[in-house]
Design a protein around this ligand. Sequence first.
Ligand SMILES: [Fe+2]
Length: 184
Amino acid sequence: MSALTITTADGQTLETLRDGAAIGAALGELGVQFEQWEANAPLAADADQEAVLAAYADDVERLNAQYGFQSVDVVALGPDHPQKAEMRQKFLAEHTHADFEVRFFVDGSGLFYLHVGDKVYMMLCEKGDLISVPANTTHWFDMGEHPNFKCIRFFTTPDGWVGNFTGSDIATRFPDFDAYRASL
Ligand SMILES: [Fe+2]
C-alpha cells in the first residue's frame, strides 16, 4: 500500500500518511504531483508497452497535454535481472535533474526520498501511483534488493535520465526500501 513518511533531515519520523488524497495534498505543497490512476481495462502482468499505454491512455494523454512530453516509454525490472545491484546503485545517492522526473507505477513498487528544506519525504509508490518530482528537487530512489516494478516514464527532453549528484551522504542515514517497507 502506498505510504508517505515525513521525517526531519536527521531521520526522526513526524508522520506517516497512507490515504492517497492526503499524500497528494502533502506532496502538492512541495510542487510534487501525486495521483492514483486506474487502468481502463484489465492488464496482463506481461503486457507490452503498447498495451500498457493503451490501458492508461486517458491519463497519459491528459498528462501529455499538460506538459508536452517528448517521449513516453515503459520500463520493467524484476528480481532476476543480472544487473539489478548496479541499477539500484545508480539512483541511491542524492541528486537532482534539470528535467522533472515523472513516473507511473503500472506494477510493483519503489521508494522515492525527497529532501526539501529541513525535511525528508519517503514516498513508497505502488501500483497505480503517479509521481512527478520537480526539476532541481534533491532526491534519491531505492528499488530494494529484489527490485520489482514496471513504470511508465515521461520525458520532456530527448536526453533521458541525467542525474546531477549533490555529493551528500544523507541517503546512507535513511532506511532503505526493504527496511522501510518492513517498518510499515
Ligand atoms: Fe532522480
